[in-house]
Design a protein. Structure first.
Length: 135
């Protein structure tokens, strides 16, 4: 962290510190630093994607969705992002949005079992939410 304070834009130091944070189970710190790294490389969608996944893993779903939507604007047919984004929306309780994104994913990869499994889980959750609301 001290090295990064001395040279705040050093990507090598950022990447090493991200690894250190992950090894220490400090996922939120890793996500924040990955997002900062991604901001330094505007066209690097992969860094934004990794930051989104790290936010999701740290249960900062709002940030995960925000970054996932940024990727979606840049690369509408990024299947892994669509799957992660749908999962994040489902986790946040926005089942309808999750299902719409899963439809897009399944158009790109109709035979992908992960998409089918997530869709089934989200539909099951939607059914539970409806039955809870009617009680």
């Amino acid at each position: 962290e001290e090295a990064l304070q001395e040279d705040p834009g050093n990507r090598l130091i950022m990447n090493r510190l991200i690894r250190v944070y992950l090894e220490g189970a400090e996922t939120l710190k890793a996500a924040q630093l990955m997002e900062r790294l991604a901001e330094g490389i505007p066209g690097d969608t992969s860094a934004i994607y990794r930051a989104s996944l790290l936010y999701k893993r740290s249960r900062n779903i709002t940030s995960a969705i925000d970054l996932g939507e940024r990727i979606r604007l840049r690369e509408t047919e990024h299947p892994r992002n669509l799957l992660a984004l749908a999962d994040s929306y489902a986790y946040s309780g926005n089942v309808a949005r999750s299902l719409r994104i899963l439809e897009e994913f399944q158009e790109l990869e109709p035979d992908n079992p992960r998409g089918r499994l997530l869709r089934e889980a989200v539909q099951k959750r939607a059914g539970q939410l409806k039955s809870d609301a009617s009680e």
